[in-house]
Write a new protein. Structure first.
Ligand SMILES: NC(=O)c1ccc[n+]([C@@H]2O[C@H](COP(=O)([O-])OP(=O)(O)OC[C@H]3O[C@@H](n4cnc5c(N)ncnc54)[C@H](OP(=O)(O)O)[C@@H]3O)[C@@H](O)[C@H]2O)c1
Length: 350
C-alpha cells in the first residue's frame, strides 16, 4: 500500500496575547504504518474552542500542556479509513482528540463511535458533544437552575452561551443575555427568546444588569470573567449560584486580573460560584443529548455554525473567538458531511 501523506498544524511557539500565524507551523509528514489496536481516521470536522488557546500556554491545565513541535491539539470528528482494532471498523464515524491534521493515527480506545442522530453530523458539535453538555449540565447540575428564576448568560451569542440561553428558556427561566454588538443582541432576543439583552460594547454591564434584573440575579452562567463576572456578583440575590464555565476575557492576558470587587455581595447573599469542566459529565452525555435533540426537533433549540473551509483556515478560525467575530459554534470543515443512518447532509438552522 502506498504511504499516506498527512498535513498538520504544529505548535511552533507559545503566544503572548492572541495567537498569531507565527505560533503555528504547517508540516507535511508521512503517516506511520498502524500498530495493533490503532486506527487511521480522516478528519471531517474540527471543533475550534477557546480552550485551544489554554493548551498553548507553558502550563498544565485540566490537561497537560502541549509541547512545542506537537500537532496542535483539537477535538474532531472523522471517519475510519484503516483499522487494526476489532472494535472499530472502516467507515465508522468517531470523535476524539484528532488534532489539527488531516489524518490521525490513534489507539482505537481513545476514540468514541458517534451514535446516529436525526441531524447532520456537525450537530455533534453545534448542539451536542462538549458544547451541549457544558451548557446543559452547567445550568442543570452545577447551577441547579429552576423555573421562575432569573438567569444571566455572558458570551451569550457564542456556541455554549446560545445553548445556555435557550436551555434556560426551556426550563422556564427569565433569561438575560450579554453579548457584543447589535446583531448578536437582535438574534438573542428575536430568535432565541432572551427576555432582555445587554450589548456590553454599547452599555456598561453593571448598568445593563440594573435595568434588566431589577429583582436581582438567581443564576449566572459565566463565560467571560473579569468585569462581567464582577458586575453579575454585584447584583446576585439570596442563594444565587454562578456556574463558572469560562473566563475568555483572560485567556490572552499575561497578568492575572485583579479579583472581583463585589465578592462581599457573594458573602452577604450566601451565594456560590462553582467552576466545572465538561469532561466530568461525559458519562451522562446520553441524558443531555435526549433533551437537546427533543427540544431542537420541537423547534425550541436552535444552533448556528460558523464554518471555515479547509485545515489551512484553523489558526484564523481560532482568532474569531477572541475577536468576537463568530456567532455560534466555530468549526473547520475538512471533509464531506455524511453519516450512515442519518438524513442526507442538510444545513443546520440559523
Ligand atoms: N468548562 C468547560 O468545560 C467549558 C467547555 C466549553 C467551553 N467553555 C468556555 O465557554 C466559553 C464559551 O466558549 P465557546 O466555545 O462557546 O466560545 P464562543 O462563545 O462561541 O466564542 C467566544 C465568544 O466570547 C466573546 N469574547 C471573546 N473575548 C471577549 C472579551 N474579552 N470580553 C467579553 N467577551 C469576549 C465573544 O463574543 P462577543 O462578541 O459577545 O464578545 C466570542 O464570540 C469560553 O469561556 C470557554 O472557555 C468551558
Amino acid at each position: 500500500m502506498s504511504a499516506t501523506i498527512n498535513t498538520a498544524w504544529h505548535l511552533a511557539s507559545r503566544p503572548a496575547g492572541p495567537p498569531t500565524a507565527a505560533n503555528f507551523e504547517w508540516r507535511e509528514t508521512t503517516l506511520p504504518e498502524l500498530a495493533d489496536g490503532q486506527v487511521r481516521v480522516r478528519t471531517i470536522w474540527l471543533s475550534i474552542d477557546p480552550t485551544n488557546r489554554i493548551w498553548m500556554n507553558d502550563a498544565d491545565s485540566y490537561l497537560p500542556k502541549l509541547e512545542l513541535g506537537e500537532v496542535m491539539r483539537g477535538i474532531g470528528i472523522g471517519r475510519i479509513e484503516e483499522s487494526r482494532d476489532a472494535n472499530l471498523r472502516v467507515g465508522d464515524v468517531v470523535q476524539g482528540m484528532l488534532g489539527w491534521q488531516q489524518y490521525c493515527v490513534s489507539p482505537a480506545r481513545a476514540l468514541s463511535r458517534l451514535p446516529p442522530i436525526p441531524l447532520p453530523l456537525s450537530a455533534h458539535f453545534g448542539l451536542l458533544g462538549h458544547i451541549g453538555l457544558t451548557a446543559y449540565f452547567g445550568l442543570t447540575d452545577v447551577a441547579q437552575a429552576r423555573a421562575g428564576e432569573t438567569l444571566v448568560v455572558s458570551a451569550a451569542a457564542g456556541a455554549v452561551g446560545s445553548l445556555a440561553v435557550q436551555i434556560g428558556k426551556n426550563l422556564g427561566m427569565r433569561v438575560v443575555a450579554i453579548a457584543g454588538g447589535a446583531e448578536k443582541c437582535r438574534w438573542l432576543s428575536q430568535e432565541l427568546g432572551a427576555d432582555a439583552v445587554i450589548d456590553y460594547k454599547a452599555e456598561d454591564v453593571a448598568s445593563g444588569l440594573a435595568r434588566a434584573c431589577p429583582e436581582g440575579i438567581d443564576v449566572g452562567f459565566e463565560n467571560v470573567g473579569g468585569r462581567t463576572l464582577d458586575a453579575v456578583l454585584g447584583r446576585i440575590r439570596l442563594g444565587a449560584r454562578i456556574a463558572l464555565c469560562g473566563l475568555i476575557s483572560q485567556y490572552n492576558t499575561s497578568e492575572p486580573e485583579p479579583g472581583p470587587a463585589n465578592l462581599p455581595n457573594l458573602l452577604m447573599q450566601r451565594g456560590r460560584i462553582q467552576g466545572f469542566i465538561v469532561l466530568d459529565y461525559l458519562d451522562r452525555a446520553q441524558e443531555a443529548a435526549e433533551k437537546l435533540v427533543a427540544w431542537h426537533l420541537a423547534g425550541h433549540m436552535h444552533y448556528r455554525l460558523d464554518v471555515s473551509r479547509g485545515l489551512q483556515s484553523a489558526p484564523a478560525a481560532l482568532n474569531k473567538l477572541f475577536a468576537g467575530t463568530n456567532t455560534g459554534k466555530v468549526l473547520v470543515q475538512l471533509g464531506d458531511e455524511w453519516m450512515p443512518g442519518t438524513a442526507a447532509a442538510v444545513s443546520p438552522d440559523g
